[in-house]
Design a protein around this ligand. Structure first.
Ligand SMILES: C[S@@+](CC[C@H](N)C(=O)[O-])C[C@H]1O[C@@H](n2cnc3c(N)ncnc32)[C@H](O)[C@@H]1O
Length: 281
């Protein structure tokens, strides 16, 4: 199992998917005691791997004998924060029904029922919708209350699917590959602090030919209380490191908080297969 780094530690690694770049990760201790890692990427040709001090750990291997990741207080806190938002009632992202844009993509793009993984499924409306369309769905969330609501929804809808209460990063390492992976509102916040880790996760859970769909908050309007915002350029730059864009278009997130919802990007991508590029946008 990977362990967490110590505050103050930093390490360099080659980006295995793009050998022209290197990645510098710095672990800092926040004033409230939590640990935070900051990842920067740069041109490998202007840096020397030999600059790395001896006490640093290469290739992102954490030192042995550290506290296991899932026992770290900051991770438990992060999970509790999400759960607290569900305990407080209906969180602002939970419209209580499948996303219209999500259904529109599934119905208009030829993704046939297949092995499917949802990252951060919340109370499960989208996962249940897919399961009822015969997709073989595994839906993961770290909030016990969100999953309780999701299981109840599945039961009431007679939908058969697999729910997993776990941190998606832990789950993804051993979950195998899926033909379709999606998230509604997960990429747009996780990219802010853990983009590298998220790309690694997507790499583990997909294979050449797999589809990945994200619905993410969009720049372009003031959205106080709304989702984190990301631009089309950032999406193409970040997710384009692994996937080809099949389609990207604006839409509006439904929200119990605002009648006209929030501006978002709907981005469907595909892992390239050698000699069979499918991108059209
Ligand atoms: C913005 S909500 C979106 C929920 C759902 N997709 C929806 O549209 O209603 C993000 C979800 O990700 C879950 N989450 C956040 N970090 C997680 C992690 N590391 N592992 C598993 N779930 C996580 C939260 O509990 C929350 O349910």
């Amino acid at each position: 199992m990977l362990n967490r780094p110590n505050p103050g530690s930093k390490w360099l690694e080659k980006n295995v998917r793009n050998p022209q770049t290197i990645r510098l990760t710095v672990c800092v201790s926040l004033p409230d005691g939590r640990l935070c890692t900051d990842v920067r990427e740069g041109d490998a040709s202007v840096s020397e791997m030999s600059d790395m001090p001896e006490n640093e750990t290469p290739e992102n291997e954490m030192p042995e004998n550290e506290t296991p990741e899932d026992e770290m207080p900051e991770k438990k806190m992060a999970m509790l924060d999400w759960d607290a938002m569900y305990r407080a009632g209906t969180p602002p992202w939970d419209a209580g029904c499948p996303s219209r844009e999500f259904m529109s993509v599934i119905e208009s793009v030829p993704i046939r029922p297949c092995t499917t993984l949802e990252l951060g499924c919340g109370s499960g409306a989208n996962a249940v919708y897919l399961a009822r369309r015969r997709f073989e769905v595994t839906a993961v969330d770290g909030s016990p209350l969100a999953l309780e609501r999701a299981r109840l929804r599945a039961e009431q809808s007679n939908a058969l699917l697999r729910f997993v209460l776990a941190d998606v990063f832990d789950f993804g390492r051993h979950a195998g590959r899926f033909e379709f992976v999606y998230d509604v509102g997960f990429y747009h916040f996780v990219r802010q602090n853990e983009l590298g880790r998220f790309l690694d996760l997507l790499w583990w859970v997909t294979q050449p030919g797999s589809y990945y769909l994200t619905l993410a908050g969009s720049t372009g309007e003031t959205n106080e209380g709304g989702p984190p915002q990301v631009s089309e350029e950032e999406i193409r730059d970040e997710l384009g490191r692994l996937f080809e864009v099949v389609q990207i278009r604006p839409f509006r997130f439904e929200s119990p908080r605002r009648a006209d919802g929030y501006l978002g990007w709907s981005c469907l991508m595909r892992r390239p297969t050698i000699g069979n590029s499918t991108a059209s946008a």
